[in-house]
Ligand binder design. Sequence first.
Ligand SMILES: C=CC1=C(C)c2cc3[nH]c(cc4nc(cc5[nH]c(cc1n2)c(C)c5CCC(=O)O)C(CCC(=O)O)=C4C)c(C)c3C=C
Ligand SMILES: [Fe+2]
Ligand SMILES: [Fe+2]
Length: 334
Amino acid sequence: MKLSLTKNPSKYGVLLVNLGTPDEPSPKAVKKYLKAFLSDTRVVEIPPFIWYFILNGAVLPLRCKKVAKAYASIWTEQGSPLRVIGEQQVESLKHLINEQHSVGLTIELAMTYGEPSISSKLDFMRQKGIENILILPLYPQYSATTTAAVFDKLNQAFSKVRNLPQVRFIKDYYQNPLYITALSNSIKDFWQQKSKADKLIFSFHGLPKSCIEKGDPYFEHCEYTAKETAKVLKLTDDEWMMTFQSRFGKQEWLQPYTDKTLEKLPSQGIKSVQLICPAFSADCLETLEEISIENRDVFIEAGGQIFDYIPALNNRVDHIQVFEDILIKNLNNW
Ligand SMILES: C=CC1=C(C)c2cc3[nH]c(cc4nc(cc5[nH]c(cc1n2)c(C)c5CCC(=O)O)C(CCC(=O)O)=C4C)c(C)c3C=C
Ligand SMILES: [Fe+2]
Ligand SMILES: [Fe+2]
């Protein structure tokens, strides 16, 4: 489909938004980042006056050093992988739109927490005279803890603006056939280099179980993603499974847990596994360190033999085409 706009292309902006990441892998920068992230009531639903003391008195002092060390193990010369890959995704999308549709749209990357902030990018677009803004949170599966947090930041930024732009907000894209195709292609590509493992594990970022009980549709979105991808790959039920990683705090989170599963699988005769993390549009701490380093160790120490991590869709052409498809469908005739 060709992109057809009703106004001059200079009037449109597209903002891709990911979570955010520290500026450097130091305890001080990690503290600043975690403080902003974990103070958001969308992320932690404990009453703020109680959470304030737990966060500042226990969580931050105990966590910052350890997490800074984990960031240091995945840091690149250009910076944190989440931000570096996000910038590459924006450049590739600009290139694709320019090449395929001969339109030079304003496309920017922002982060919910830290830099570049959503409000700075909205200011930039306002100064450019942009009237229509498409917001694309880089979370295929909706959750109030991530996607709705983007919506809140937009509202906070707009609360200071008199003359608002027109805004469209993408809630999710897990059902987009191009997204499922890109995921399955990335797995097929991996199987070209290495043969299939005993089990393919779709490991999603977890959520407290209470979020689902209160109506967050994230679990359903994850289930659809894994099932549809397994269907495209023609996998039988015993060849794949779905797990949840990145538990935080003492509450019960979505199960089965990725680390606990990896601990058990070798005793059930599963000696080789391949993990893919479809909730992450870009590789980051949770995939490069928690999965590829920590969870690999868990599996091998439990008697597993081969552990492979299949990279996030990152800057793959078929991933950028998912964004292109979302852009065209939402900007056409707007
Ligand atoms: C406190 C609860 C958390 C919820 C709920 C949560 C949901 C959630 N997060 C992502 C994506 C990412 N999370 C990342 C890091 C991260 N997540 C939490 C906590 C919750 N996440 C913490 C405390 C951290 C920081 C690291 C740590 O201290 O362990 C990241 C990586 C950022 C990076 O810099 O690389 C991403 C991405 C999703 C998709 C999600 C719910 C669906
Ligand atoms: Fe997280
Ligand atoms: Fe983690």
